[in-house]
Design a protein around this ligand. Structure first.
Ligand code: FAD
Length: 350
């Protein structure tokens, strides 16, 4: 008999990662995941899914490094296992190039990726407008595969890639919009909020805002390496089935429809980096809203809901790095759930 009821709100990469971590680590908890949108309709589904992180201003670098490394190690184990094609997780080598030499030539995550080094002058010759570059191997995680794979892992038995051990998570999944945390307070002992941009309304957080991103999926099987401009706006990411090219970063813009001007701009900028993009067939276009915040919110609080003090763990606001940091922040959220359980009155745990 499971004695503690945990609910996770959100079925994007943050919600499913957190739900799996909690369900596998705390077998005495029954874990339910609630969301109004599931794959393929979440923001996570369309993300390019390359492991790369911007630095958040107010979070200790050591914590950000741990988020990145824990995520990288988790996805690397999947990329190197038989689960790789089904989970949509693969290694990806390439270049990040800069028009001006960046102040930080060795980003905080450089020791977590594989073979990070500065590009040689002869390698840079193919990018005549760029003065500096970094070459490394990272991971591409395609959420349109990864989310259904995580859902299966959450609900059924799964043999873990890292240890070979079989774990039964036994999670429950329900499609439903949550209008207020009050709705959950009588049915669950701990609430975990992974609602991304939805947190603006669900928990009244005005610090979370959208950053619109448009990408194209193109057929260009001859491209083997990723190319990312250091400004973060132009990138070419070969994947398992197609190449994702982008992009845009439009703060506060909530438009979810494809903008023809953006499409043209993406094709022009990407052809500037890799002229053969001009020959690629466009397979599709996609727009998503990054759930952005000055810093992601990974913390706990106790909220008074219908006369009860209910522990709430937040894990949202990852901006353009949610796929990258999902597993690392999910492990932190698991630690916060453990702390909530530790502080809970004894009878609530029985
Ligand atoms: P979402 O995927 O938006 O999921 C939120 C979930 O919460 C949904 O299931 C939603 O239905 C649910 N929800 C919200 N409110 C409620 C409610 N009230 N009731 C019930 N359910 C609710 N990241 C990277 O790391 N690498 C990349 O290369 C990358 N590329 C990107 C490219 C683009 C164009 C865009 C737009 C994003 C990219 N990102 C990338 C960022 C990444 O997509 C996000 O950081 C990540 O998807 C956030 O995940 P999430 O689970 O927080 O949010």
């Amino acid at each position: 008999m499971k004695s503690v009821r945990v609910v996770v709100v959100g079925a994007g990469v943050i919600g499913f990662s957190t739900a799996v971590c909690v369900a596998e680590a705390l077998p005495f908890c029954s874990v339910t995941l609630l969301a109004d949108k599931f794959s393929p309709d979440t923001t996570s589904d369309g993300a390019a899914g390359i492991m790369f992180a911007a630095q958040f201003p107010d979070i200790p670098l050591e914590r950000q490094r741990r988020w990145f490394k824990n995520s990288f190690d988790h996805l690397l184990a999947i990329a190197q296992s038989q689960h790789s094609p089904e989970a949509g997780v693969m290694l990806s080598s390439g270049w990040q190039i800069f028009k001006d030499v960046p102040a930080d030539k060795k980003p905080f995550w450089s020791e977590s990726v594989i073979g990070f080094r500065v590009m040689t002058d002869s390698e840079l010759k193919r990018f005549p407008e760029h003065k500096f570059g970094q070459a490394y191997t990272t991971i591409k995680c395609e959420c349109s595969n990864y989310l259904p794979w995580l859902e299966k892992r959450f609900v059924f038995h799964v043999k873990l890639a890292c240890s070979g051990q079989t774990v039964k998570a036994g999670g429950l999944v329900e499609q439903r919009k949550v209008n207020s945390l009050q709705e959950l307070s009588n049915s669950y002992d701990v609430i975990v909020n992974c609602s991304g941009l939805g947190s603006k309304l669900l928990v009244g957080d005005n610090k979370v805002y959208p950053v619109r991103g448009q990408v194209l999926k193109v057929e260009a099987p001859w491209l083997q390496h990723f190319i990312r401009d250091g400004d973060g706006k132009t990138y070419i990411y070969p994947g398992m089935h197609c190449v994702t090219i982008g992009g845009t970063r439009q703060e506060g813009d909530r438009r979810l429809h494809v903008d023809e001007g953006d499409t043209k701009g993406i094709l022009e900028r990407c052809s500037g980096l890799e002229p053969s993009i001009g020959k690629a067939k466009v397979l599709g276009e996609w727009v998503g809203l990054r759930p952005s915040r000055r810093n992601p919110r990974v913390e706990r609080e106790v909220v008074q809901l219908q006369g009860r003090r209910v522990p709430v763990v937040h894990n949202y606001g990852h901006g353009g790095s949610g796929v990258t940091l999902a597993w690392g922040t999910a492990l932190d959220a698991l630690g916060l759930v453990r702390q909530c359980l530790h502080e809970m009155p004894r009878q609530a745990k029985l």
